[in-house]
Design a protein around this ligand. Structure first.
Ligand SMILES: [Zn+2]
Length: 60
């Protein structure tokens, strides 16, 4: 439910609209930090894991 909430970039109105503010028509965005930042935090770790798997394959 929380993820459905958007916030207008212009007037700050919270809305369930996905593309534009029903009040002023400005684009809306998710008011929380995007999930992407979480992935970024784990990216180095995941890359190392992938390298380990790659090395494992080279061994064979
Ligand atoms: Zn607005």
């Amino acid at each position: 439910m929380v993820n459905l909430l958007r916030r207008c970039t212009k007037c700050g109105q919270y809305t369930l609209e996905k593309e534009k503010c029903p009040k002023c028509g400005a684009p809306v965005r998710i008011p929380h930090p995007p999930k992407l930042s979480v992935n970024d935090r784990f990216r180095p770790y995941r890359r190392r894991l992938r390298e380990m798997v790659a090395n494992e394959k080279d061994h064979d």
